[in-house]
Design a protein around this ligand. Structure first.
Ligand code: PGA
Length: 253
């Protein structure tokens, strides 16, 4: 049995001074749903405030990116050790916005994921095709490439701290969601590919989240799919009530 994992991706929203109220609101509204892993991935500058507010609750905190070097002359970057020291336990890696706007490649995803897992963070590694790639019939090729390059060199032991997020780029922030069947098809492909990379047994234990306009109204049908083990939530994670409603759907799935 894979424990469902619902993670919020706050992106570049929520100020440090607004963080405690949101985390506390989420923790209060989700107390009953103890069978779901709940994570808020926040801007790095919010992590400390989020950890302070989450302490003693069932909510955990993550970051949205991390550098692969341990320390040194990398102006503007944040290391795994800094995140751990601040109390973060998770980190999103390779989000499509980072691939699109910040030059992230499968190679840098691999470096970040390797460093994060080695440091003991849970790595939420994002994959997903663009609309042009889907229309051109390239979904399988794109996902398999992102997985094989991005997860190169990882072992079955690494897989214990690995979460994959399938986020079709055309569904992110657009209000357009993949149908449960469309999503399940890619999730099954991801699990098969993981099996080739880390072995079938380890692949069975890895949680695969869906992300892209997941909201209270569509969460239950997505989470009912065999290989959909959670969600990575953008817009709907910025309000305690909508995020809690998705967590409730996961608790009942
Ligand atoms: P969305 O974002 O829920 O606002 O579509 C999801 C994500 O980008 O992680």
């Amino acid at each position: 049995m894979r424990k469902k994992i619902i993670a919020g991706n706050w992106k570049m929203n929520v100020k440090p001074s607004e963080t405690a109220a949101l985390v506390t609101g989420i923790a209060e509204a989700t107390k009953a749903f103890t069978n779901v892993e709940i994570v808020c991935c926040t801007p790095a500058i919010d992590v400390a405030a989020a950890v302070a507010a989450a302490t003693g609750t069932q909510v955990s905190v993550g970051a949205e990116n991390v550098h692969w070097e341990a320390s040194g002359a990398y102006t503007g970057e944040i290391s795994t050790g800094m995140l751990l020291d601040a109390g973060a336990k998770y980190v999103i890696i390779g989000h499509s916005e980072r691939r699109q706007y910040f030059g992230e490649t499968d190679e840098t995803v691999n470096k970040r994921a390797t460093a994060a897992l080695k440091a003991g963070l849970v790595a939420i590694v994002c994959v997903g095709e663009t609309l042009a790639e889907r229309d051109a019939g390239q979904v399988e090729a794109v996902i398999v490439r992102q997985m094989k390059e991005g997860l190169k060199g990882l072992s079955a032991a690494d897989a214990a701290n690995l979460v994959i997020a399938y986020e079709p780029v055309w569904a992110i922030g657009t209000g357009r969601t993949a149908t449960p069947d469309q999503a399940q098809e890619v999730h099954a492909l991801i699990r098969r590919t993981l099996g080739e990379l880390v072995g079938v047994e380890a692949a069975e234990s890895v949680r695969i989240q869906y992300g892209g306009s997941m909201k209270p109204g569509n969460a239950a049908e997505l989470l009912a799919q065999k290989d959909i083990d959670g969600g990575l939530i953008g817009g709907a994670a910025l309000k305690a009530d909508s995020f809690a409603a998705i967590i409730e759907a996961a608790a009942k799935a």
